[in-house]
Design a protein around this ligand. Structure first.
Ligand SMILES: [Zn+2]
Ligand SMILES: [Zn+2]
Length: 146
């Protein structure tokens, strides 16, 4: 039996105030069940730590979280292999480029005393739009491998 989250707290089926770590649940259940011998419990076939009233076993199995988890995993995996959005060709996104540029400039405060002159020239030598244009031309001449 695999337990995805061994340290996840699980509510004891005998007493809701018992919060037991999942990997210790079977030990706790052995102790706790001795105090509840008057009630008939069965073990869930999908997860041995699910102890449910005999009368509710059928209902539990139909709604077992383990079963729901199992089915939702299948569903997600299935979707992963199905392309929802058609594959887009790599194209420069102008808005993103501009946002990156402006946030970069605003956070960058050139200090002539500390930075080399070539860095200041790079910042001051062209307006953001000019630098963006140069960058766009560079991207446009670049042909991604098909
Ligand atoms: Zn308990
Ligand atoms: Zn169950």
């Amino acid at each position: 039996m695999t337990t995805p989250a061994p340290h996840q707290l699980v509510t004891c089926p005998f007493n809701k105030s018992h919060q037991i770590e999942h990997y210790r649940m079977h030990v706790h259940l052995q102790k706790c069940s001795k105090q509840h011998k008057n009630l008939k419990y069965s073990t869930c076939p999908l997860d041995a730590t699910h102890i449910v009233l005999d009368a509710q076993l059928d209902h539990h199995v139909a709604n077992c979280p383990k079963s729901v988890m199992f089915h939702s995993k299948i569903y997600i995996m299935d979707n992963d292999h199905r392309p929802i959005v058609p594959v887009q060709r790599p194209q420069p996104v102008e808005d993103c480029e501009e946002d990156w540029e402006s946030s970069n400039v605003s956070s960058y405060v050139p200090d002539p005393a500390k930075k080399g002159p070539h860095i200041i020239n790079k910042i001051k030598g062209a307006t953001p739009s000019e630098r963006r244009k140069a960058r766009m031309q560079g991207i446009q001449t670049y042909k991604p491998p098909q």
